[in-house]
Design a protein around this ligand. Structure first.
Ligand SMILES: NC(=O)c1ccc[n+]([C@@H]2O[C@H](COP(=O)([O-])OP(=O)(O)OC[C@H]3O[C@@H](n4cnc5c(N)ncnc54)[C@H](O)[C@@H]3O)[C@@H](O)[C@H]2O)c1
Length: 339
């Protein structure tokens, strides 16, 4: 095993964060958290659309964010972003989700797997700069509930992904391990479950957020899955990414996240209590998710105790309030409700 790079946390003034996929849902909330505490993050994304960031940041905050248009599948784009900006902390969120990987597995592998290799290669080439890599893995590295015999899936349970997406994430976790063994490059892979909140407008588990949005504008909406789900509020998810980014953790760590574990019927009840109109507007139908939903997160609790866990009712209230504000301002994008 290679020597670990000694952790020498850069003082605040010298910290430079690169957030790949930062125009997406989780990335935008990480950028928001960084800006609110006075950091200037660099946004790296292939998409020109800044609407998710604009929904969360003020105009003034938007001007404090550095924008890099780049493609994670191109090593030169990632490498230049790291070298030219003197990046010390990489938060790698760029990727495409379950339905898009299923529709185009080749593109999925290029973005989700090769893109992640490019991030590690850039860090290897610029190990004098990069002191931390945190990347988005997923609870989809696990298989469906029935493969684990019911109950809470323990830490260290076998990875049996049932989707291309989950296999790609498993592959990234394996590559991260090899980068640590061969090159001493430490990393943290975070495995979120079904994250919800403003900006969650695509992917297999985007239904609960879309149901909140549809209710706010008085439109009927059908969530396309039933059964159990672990709903994790985005503010908490972004918080975990940032804590891990600065925690000086060595090795190839992996943390499974846990939020509010429930049945879809319980989500609908909670939504109905907060937004009564949803009782007639929102329903759920379809199969259960192809991924387990009840996970032990004791590794994270052990290494970084005190992770915040926003109760579902509070997360729904906050999400609805932001959607209502955006609607009043004429900025609520509802195109996702068509899909
Ligand atoms: N949202 C969830 O519930 C959830 C759960 C588990 C894991 N994850 C993972 O977290 C990460 C972020 O998820 P999200 O919900 O924010 O997704 P998202 O689809 O909202 O955002 C992904 C971002 O990646 C960008 N991107 C795609 N291809 C790119 C490329 N080639 N180069 C540069 N940028 C590219 C997109 O433009 C987008 O802005 C993903 O890796 C996802 O697999 C998300």
């Amino acid at each position: 095993m290679a020597e670990t790079i000694p952790c020498n946390p850069t003082a605040r003034a010298g910290r430079r964060f690169l957030v790949t996929g930062a125009k997406g849902f989780i990335g935008a909330w990480i950028v928001k958290a960084l800006v609110e505490r006075g950091d200037k993050p660099w946004v790296f994304d292939i998409d020109a659309d800044t609407s998710r960031l604009a929904a969360l940041l003020t105009l003034e905050q938007m001007t404090s964010v550095g924008m890099i248009e780049g493609d994670v599948t191109q090593f030169s784009h990632v490498e230049r972003a790291v070298a030219d900006r003197g990046i010390t902390h990489v938060l790698h969120l760029a990727g495409i989700q379950v339905p898009f990987c299923a529709a185009d597995p080749l593109r999925g592998a290029m973005i989700n797997v090769v893109g992640t290799i490019n991030v590690f290669e850039a860090a290897r080439k610029h190990r004098d700069l990069v002191e931390s890599i945190v990347y988005a893995s997923s609870a989809a590295v696990f298989g469906p509930e029935e493969m684990y015999g019911g109950g809470t899936v323990p830490e260290g349970a076998p990875l049996l992904p049932g989707t291309h997406y989950g296999v790609y994430k498993q592959c990234n976790e394996g590559n991260a391990r090899v980068y640590y063994w061969d090159n001493g490059i430490s990393s943290v892979g975070i495995r979120p479950g079904a994250v919800y909140g403003v900006g969650r407008d695509r992917g297999m588990t985007s239904g609960p957020t879309k149901a909140i949005k549809a209710t706010v504008i008085g439109r009927p909406y059908t969530i396309r899955f039933t059964g159990g789900v672990d709903l994790q509020y985005i503010r908490d998810t972004a918080h975990v990414f940032l804590r891990c980014s600065q925690a000086c953790l060595t090795g190839a760590r992996l943390y499974t996240l846990r939020g509010d574990v429930m049945q879809m019927s319980e989500f609908l009840n909670c939504l109905g209590e907060i937004l009564p109109a949803s009782k007639t507007l929102v329903r759920a139908e379809g199969q259960a998710l192809p991924v387990s939903y009840d996970f032990d997160d004791s590794a994270l609790q052990h290494d970084l105790p005190g992770a915040q866990r926003t109760p579902l009712a509070e997360g729904i209230r906050e999400t609805a309030a932001i959607f209502e504000r955006l609607q009043r301002e004429g900025k609520l994008d509802t195109r996702d409700l068509e899909s």
